[in-house]
Design a protein around this ligand. Structure first.
Ligand code: DAH
Length: 344
């Protein structure tokens, strides 16, 4: 048989076999069938030895050309298969960038921390440092050095959890005043606020909690007066309750300040007219403050002849309750997300 014809038939057969081949595996089989050791093409080579010498080179060349052509045809099919597979994969893995994403709800700071952040920002802007102290405190710093010696009747104002005879869970953030003044050695001015948790023996109800948060403020310097205190308190009131708020100071008593005041802010609901929220008074009490008592300055190493200071202590829950009309302090601790999430 004519070699050219044989090759032509083989090539036709190959093309036919390749039609409809869709996988690389199937293609490998076809490749083995037409180009492998036992392929007809390879077997044809064996006839070479029967040919006269002068025909051998042309015969070999013909077979090799056929081999190359077959390989090329198979490769072309391989490319088509790979491209089809890739397209299929791309189609399957397409990302629709316009699709709405699943709702990953993002957490927020707890309302109490939001209030603390807001007040910290205000005071940092006025050059204050933020100081913290431990929640387990000595009786000495929590009471004695704040002018509340043992058996002082004013200790009854703050019923305490004692850990040992002279250690307790701090009843207020005021001991951080003492810590800072001692740290500064009576030598340099103090300008701090101190946020933190405090503890009192109280029966929990809508307005009482055995644990709550306070922010303490203390300024000690050589020219500090009651008017500095008043301006500072006004800044707190207006930051928390709005630029139009006014404050008034009422005489009060705290052992660590003299004079002591209680601070009221004009009611934000009725603007001072009188309503149910302010019990018709037009004012709402927000915090306690005063000029630092000489004894307190002295005990912490400051000479009251040279230094004066003012201080204040504010309840964070109280601020939040007034600002947002929250009627139960327990909401802050129950951690019901429906409550927490309202304050984004
Ligand atoms: N420590 C007081 C309390 O917890 C609040 C307070 C009042 C703090 C007057 C002060 C202050 O620094 O000057 O009831």
């Amino acid at each position: 048989m004519n070699i050219q014809e044989t090759l032509k038939q083989l090539e036709d057969a190959l093309r036919k076999d390749l039609e409809g081949v869709k996988t690389i595996e199937a293609l490998q089989d076809i490749k083995a069938k037409y180009l492998g050791k036992k392929a007809e093409l390879s077997l044809l080579m064996r006839h070479m030895k029967d040919l006269p010498n002068n025909e051998k080179p042309a015969f070999g060349q013909t077979i090799n050309q056929a081999k190359q052509a077959f390989a090329k045809t198979i490769e072309a099919q391989r490319n088509r298969i790979e491209e089809a597979l890739l397209n299929k994969k791309l189609e399957k893995e397409t990302i629709d960038v316009t699709m709405t994403s699943p709702d990953f709800s993002q957490g927020t700071a707890h309302l109490l921390n939001q209030i603390i952040d807001e007040i910290e920002d205000l005071f940092i802007g006025m050059g204050y440092l933020v100081k913290e102290g431990p929640e387990v405190e000595s009786d000495e710093r929590n009471f004695e050095m704040l002018n509340l010696p043992k058996n002082h009747p004013a200790r009854d104002m703050q019923d305490s959890f004692y850990v040992s005879e002279d250690t307790l869970l701090r009843t207020h953030t005021s001991p951080v005043q003492v810590r800072t003044m001692l740290e500064y050695g009576g030598q340099k001015p103090v300008k701090i606020i101190c946020p933190g948790k405090v503890y009192r023996r109280d029966d929990d109800d809508a307005t009482h909690s055995h644990q709550f948060m306070q922010i303490e403020g203390l300024v000690v310097d050589q020219n500090t007066s009651m008017s500095d205190l008043k301006g500072t308190l006004l800044a707190i009131a207006q930051t928390m309750f709005g630029k139009d708020r006014q404050i008034r100071l009422r005489p009060s008593y705290f052992p660590f300040t003299e004079p002591s005041v209680e601070v009221d802010v004009t009611c934000s609901k009725c603007d001072g007219e009188g309503c149910a929220m302010c019990k018709q008074t037009g004012y709402i009490e927000i915090l306690g403050a005063g000029m630092v008592h000489d004894n307190v300055l002295k005990m912490s190493g400051y000479d009251p002849e040279i230094y004066q200071g003012f201080a204040f202590g504010v309840g964070v829950e109280r601020l939040a309750m007034l600002k947002y009309g929250i009627d139960d302090i327990r909401h802050f601790y129950i951690n019901d997300l429906r409550f927490n999430k309202q304050f984004k």
